[in-house]
Design a protein around this ligand. Structure first.
Ligand code: AMP
Length: 206
C-alpha cells in the first residue's frame, strides 16, 4: 500500500510514521529527515538547502521530487511506501501522481493554534528519531525510548516555526482538496493521545 501522511508541522506525522511503518512493514520516507541527514553529512545537497530549512521555507521542488523518485525506486519500496512530509505542494503531488500515485492520504487534523506550542517545546532523539514534548518529559536530556541524546531541531525556533506554519497554510493545505477530489483523503483527529491517533490510522489502512 502507498500511503501519505499529510498534516501541518507538529501534527505528529513523524511520530505516527514510525509506528505505522513498523506495523505495516512499509518504508518510512521522510523528506525532512533526508534533508537533515544531508546537512549533517555536509553533502552538496546539504550545503545548498541548510539556510532554506533553517528559515522554515520549502526546498526546491525539482531537487525534492528527484530525491523522492530515486528513493521510491529502491527495493524496499516494491510493496509500497509511507511518505511523511512529501508532497508539500501541488507541484510535488502532481509529480508523484505521474509515477507513484498514493492509494490513501491520511490527514492528521489538529487546530493550527496548538502547533506553535507543540513545535517550540519539541525535543527529538538523535538516535531513534522519536519526538517528545517538554510538557511531558520536562528537562530530561535522554530519550525515554532508547536512552539516546535528546536535541532541539534548528528549525523549531519561534521565527522558523511561524514561517513553516505560514508555508503550510499557503502551499500544503491545498493538498487537502486535491486528494479529497481524488477520493483518497482520510481525515483523522490528531489532537488525541498517540495510541488513539495510531488506532484511527490503522482502521483506515487495514
Ligand atoms: P519536516 O521534517 O517534514 O518538518 O521538514 C523540515 C524541513 O525540510 C521543511 O521545513 C522544509 O524546509 C524541508 N522539507 C521537507 N520536506 C519537504 C518537501 N516535500 N518539499 C520541500 N521542502 C521540504
Amino acid at each position: 500500500m502507498k500511503i501519505i501522511l499529510l498534516g501541518a508541522p507538529g501534527s505528529g506525522k513523524g511520530t505516527q510514521a514510525v509506528l505505522v511503518s513498523k506495523e505495516l512493514g512499509l518504508p518510512h520516507i521522510s523528506t525532512g529527515e533526508i534533508f537533515r541527514d544531508n546537512i549533517k553529512r555536509g553533502t552538496e545537497i546539504g550545503l545548498k538547502i541548510k539556510a532554506v530549512i533553517d528559515g522554515g521555507d520549502l526546498c526546491p521542488d525539482d531537487l525534492t521530487i528527484e530525491i523522492v523518485r530515486n528513493r521510491l525506486k529502491e527495493e524496499d519500496c516494491k510493496n509500497g511506501y509511507l511518505l511523511d512530509g512529501f508532497p508539500r505542494n501541488i507541484a510535488q503531488a502532481t509529480a508523484l501522481d505521474k509515477t507513484d500515485a498514493p492509494d490513501k492520504v491520511i490527514e492528521l487534523v489538529i487546530p493550527l493554534e496548538k502547533l506553535e506550542h507543540r513545535l517550540t517545546g519539541r525535543r527529538g532523539c538523535t538516535k531513534c528519531k522519536s519526538s517528545f514534548h517538554i510538557d511531558f518529559i520536562g528537562n530530561r536530556k535522554d530519550c525515554p525510548h532508547c536512552g539516546g541524546e535528546l536535541g532541539i531541531r534548528e528549525d523549531d525556533n519561534a521565527e522558523s516555526v511561524k514561517e513553516r506554519l505560514a508555508v503550510y497554510k499557503t502551499q500544503t493545505a491545498p493538498l487537502i482538496e486535491y486528494y479529497a477530489k481524488q477520493g483518497k483523503l482520510f481525515p483523522i483527529d490528531a489532537d488525541l493521545p498517540i495510541e488513539e491517533v495510531f488506532a484511527s490510522i490503522l482502521k483506515v489502512v487495514r
